[in-house]
Ligand binder design. Structure first.
Ligand code: F6R
Length: 609
């Protein structure tokens, strides 16, 4: 999604802004722009396409400025072109604005402004906001103009605004779109994402919805939109610069796949104690009784996080005997869902900013549900709006295709399921066996990662196939969905994931000679059933690729290609079985020449509906 960076300080703003935009590239964008104030003149430069194109257009004129704002745009209103790129300016050319979010009533506001003889140069909703601020602006009082304009708009926004009359000031505000202010030595960086800040400082404040901040050489002042002062705590960013660098890997996705043993160790550190035979989850400790006595858990999420939720549903039912269901956030929020007493809404989100998940969470909270979050990004909106939660602690995920966040989500769900299970029906013996198996997972993933070269060779045989099936049962059904999503999003092939038994109810018609069907066929409770499904595909000439339990030579003989994973209790299998599928998607995408970390049409964090 779109990205915002603003800088005010003593250094050359342009360099810092462009560097910041590059750090935000992973979020997805199709045009970029920068605006600076130099010698009381506002200078704007924009371009379609990559940030390097913008960089090549930056003239010396922009270089010595020490205040500026910049933006990467992911088109919503209007095609990706230079005119629609941000920053947008007001009719006087003094004010520039960058905006994330959507102004819903932009058409009526535009009509009004046009009736005031204000001309527009783009098709965007964001330009309306820039022009509206200009319309309200009275010499020297940028904050009041921003306030007046925001009181007229409906929709969501994270904005940063500068004005050539007040060259040492940035005004920023948010409603529904994240904004963070980094506090450095004699400098401030305003950004929509911590990765644009981390290089300069780890001291930040997170703006909440309905808040505005003015930063200038003297410091920062936060208020509500009605100008009531708000005191903000300065917080420490958790992430380190090294974590957002490639560190010798060709792509972030590959780096993050290989990071999984370590990211899961960090996720479980201090939480699982096999010596004591206990799990400690500090983030929910104050709500343990309510959670253990809940009547119903509702997991809500999108995409990969929704697949993790499905696994959570199985885990909760099995370990804790707690009724659980998993809902697409986008459907749940508009369905007028029934929330009875004792319902818990659990939002699962890597970014903690996904608009639909946030809205689903708010809907259930409004109806009285206890809200918990399983979130990776510390300080994100979902993390702040839940009553309690468990962070993934898997480090920043930069690759657009989610990998280590998925396994982190499953690990957290497994810990929470076992923790609540122990307080309900799970015996100490079974609990201890489960957590000691969970603790072994990172070492077992290391073993699976050794398959990467073999998987690359197999990908070499299959990468030209345009249609793929992914099939699994039980805990491995969501893994089939996730495997299919991974290959779709980065390789642009058509893939369908489904419960293996569903194949007979229609999709088997798709199977033709040479079509790859990827089975997750571990030695689990449904092993015999999945063998039957494999035979059905073979009988129709499909190519069988199977993730199997290590040493299953009988099944190995039936398959065209196998990926062996070590043995673990069935509820934990997804943590191992998904890894070869991540690698398969990666190698196929590389062989197809796709842009792994910036797949077409995709954004890392979907902060609009
Ligand atoms: C797929 C992927 C997406 C996200 C989804 C939710 O690889 O990354 O499907 O899982 O957009 O994002 P978060 O977890 O940030 O709420």
């Amino acid at each position: 999604m779109c990205g915002i960076v603003g800088y005010i300080g003593k250094k050359q703003a342009c360099d810092i802004l462009l560097e910041g935009l590059k750090r935000l590239e992973y979020r997805g964008y199709d045009s970029a722009g920068v605006a600076v104030i130099r010698d009381n003149e506002l200078i704007v430069e924009k371009s379609k396409g990559r940030i390097t194109t913008l960089e090549n257009k930056i003239s010396d004129k922009l270089q010595s400025a020490t205040t500026g704002i910049a933006h990467t745009r992911w088109a919503t209103h209007g095609e990706p072109n230079e005119a629609n790129a941000h920053p947008h300016t007001d009719h006087t050319g003094k004010i520039a604005l960058v905006h994330n979010g959507i102004i819903e009533n932009f058409a009526s506001l535009r009509k009004y402004l046009e009736s005031q003889n204000i001309e527009f140069t783009s098709e965007t909703d964001s330009e309306v906001l820039a022009k509206l601020i200009g319309h309200f602006y009275k010499e020297g009082n940028l904050e009041q103009a921003v306030r007046d304009a925001l009181s007229e708009v409906q929709g969501t926004y994270g904005i940063a605004v500068i004005c050539s009359d007040c060259p040492d000031k940035i005004v920023a505000a948010r409603k529904g779109s994240p904004l963070i202010v980094g506090i450095g030595n004699d400098e401030f960086i305003v950004a929509s994402d911590a990765s644009a800040i981390i290089e300069h400082t780890n001291q930040v404040i997170y703006l909440s919805d309905g808040e505005m901040v003015t930063v200038n050489a003297e410091g920062f002042r936060t208020t509500t939109l009605d100008d009531v002062p708000v005191t903000k705590d300065i917080q420490q960013l958790e992430w380190k610069l090294e974590e957002i660098e490639l560190d010798g890997f060709e792509h972030f996705m590959l780096k993050e796949i290989f990071e999984q043993p370590q990211s899961l160790r960090t996720c479980m550190r201090g939480r699982i104690n096999t010596r004591e035979g206990a799990i400690h989850l500090g983030g929910i400790a104050n709500y343990t009784r309510e959670l253990a006595r809940a009547h119903r858990f509702i997991f809500t999420a999108c995409g990969t996080a929704w697949h993790a939720g499905l696994i959570g549903e199985y885990l909760f039912e099995e370990l804790a005997r707690l009724p659980a269901e998993t809902e697409y956030s986008s459907e749940f929020r508009y369905r007028n869902p029934i929330i009875e007493d004792g319902s818990v809404i659990c939002a699962i989100s890597q970014s903690g900013e996904t608009a639909d998940t946030l809205a689903a969470l708010r809907e259930a909270k409004e109806k009285g549900a206890l809200a918990i979050g399983i979130v990776n990004t510390v300080g994100s909106t979902i993390a702040r709006e839940t009553d309690a939660g468990i962070y993934l602690h898997v480090g920043p995920e930069i690759g657009v295709a989610s990998t280590k966040a998925f396994t982190g989500q499953i690990a957290v769900l497994a810990m929470l399921g076992a923790y609540l299970g122990r307080r309900r029906h799970l015996s100490q013996h079974n609990f201890e066996q489960f957590i000691s198996a969970l603790e072994k997972i990172p070492d077992q993933i290391e073993e699976v990662l050794n398959l990467s070269n073999t998987i690359r060779q197999i990908a070499g045989d299959l990468f030209e196939c345009e249609h793929w099936l992914y099939l699994g049962r039980g805990y491995n059904y969501p893994v089939a969905l996730e495997g299919a999503l991974k290959i779709k999003e980065i390789s642009y092939v058509h893939a369908e994931g489904m419960p293996a038994a569903e194949m007979k109810h229609g999709p088997i018609a798709l199977v033709n000679p040479g079509m790859p069907a990827v089975f997750i066929a571990t030695h689990s409770s449904q092993y015999d059933k999945i063998l039957g499904n494999i035979e059905e595909v073979k009988a129709r000439g499909g190519k069988v690729v199977a993730v199997i339990t290590k040493g299953d030579s009988q099944l190995a003989k039936k398959c065209d290609y196998i990926f062996e994973v070590p043995q673990t209790p069935e509820p934990l299998e997804p943590l191992l079985t998904v890894v070869p599928l991540q690698l398969l998607a990666y190698h196929v995408a590389v062989l197809r020449g796709c842009n792994i970390d910036k797949p077409r049409n995709l954004a890392k964090s979907v902060t609009v509906e």
